[in-house]
Design a protein around this ligand. Sequence first.
Ligand code: URA
Length: 440
Amino acid sequence: MNFLSLLESKRDGAVLSEAQLQSIIAATVAGEIPDYQLSAFLMAIYFRGLIPQETRTLTLAMRDSGEVLSFPDDGRPVVDKHSTGGVGDKVSLPLAPLLACLGFRVPMISGRGLGITGGTLDKLESIPGFRTNHSRENIVEIVQNVGCCIVAQSEKMVPADKKLYALRDVTATVPSIPLITASILSKKLAEGLDALVLDVKWGRAAFMQRKNDARELLKVIVGLGNACGTPTQAFLSDMNSPLGRTAGNWLEVVETISLLETRRIEDIPTGQDQDLCFNVIECAARLLVMTKKVVDLSDAKNKATEVLFSGAPRQKWNEMLVAQGADLAAFEAKLRAPSPVYETEICAEQSGVVRDVDARIIGEIVRDLGGGRLEANSILNLEVGFLQMKKWGEPIEKGEPLALLRAENEAAANAVLERARAAWEIGTEASGIAPSQEEI
Ligand code: URA
């Protein structure tokens, strides 16, 4: 292969053939293309884009660059969800056991946090003994026996994305819709799914800050997922404010358990507090409809709600933990133990109503406290973050806590306290629109 001439073609806006793109991916995985040429190729795609046929070929070639999962046909559909990520986005944690209880198999391959966006694997690693690295055989066994697992992508799965994503990260070529589409879908399609639902976030703490860009990404991913033979649906959701009332790895696990231990949706206090469970129910309901387990979306939401609050997903969560090596007794003890790190209140300086909570500031503080990564190999403090966060539209009295903050020690907490307080805007009445979820 003469890579230089392919590079020139893409630079000049030519459409590459299926054979050309396949040979580029094969050569990428074989380590035959120097990083400087691959980087230039990614930049050419960033500026020139790809036509739908090229994106499809690239996605499938990336999917097939390594091991793919396959499951015996036992009548239970294999499904997953993907979120483009955000602050306080812990949806995968309650969703995986809920889906298993709804009769699905869920081989959820998740990622780590980078920057202000939390990562599901980091959250789970705050659980004593929990292991995220499993072989393909092990993943299939856990999914067959338990119904769900949440694991890391093995070295052998989608190696093309590993290589290309690492280069994109350092060459300013991440925000390219065809490259994002190929990256996300190649990994999801390698799970051998019968249906996929995507939560595409927009807003100041999202990957796509503008709603129109998120909508464009959504349309491309949904179109391609379906064109590749995997029924795919998506919805847009707001990531201007944090999801739920916690942000920080262990604290999000605690919030998950509290959701899974709630028995009635009415026991979740306010409309705004229900954002987490609405998102979980939305994902589950769409998968029920896509796999034809339920015909109508509103019946599917009722079904998902009933099972979510039945207690069964809490049991299933324990089964998943045990299958993935967790020490259940140590986990339950940790749930009841006092905070192992310093905890303080962030108090309101005036009375009024919460008009806004800035998820970007919250995410940056969690990261700066050691709960997120500044670089790929940063060591995390999984205990730090925010809990009991006040949400949009809630009344607040002067001196009352807007949230609790957990930090490594008092000095670390004091260093971020003012910035944390500024994440909340308080006025005489709630402004703008409540954080919303939009159907597509
Ligand atoms: N997440 C991915 O997995 N890939 C991208 O390109 C962007 C977000």
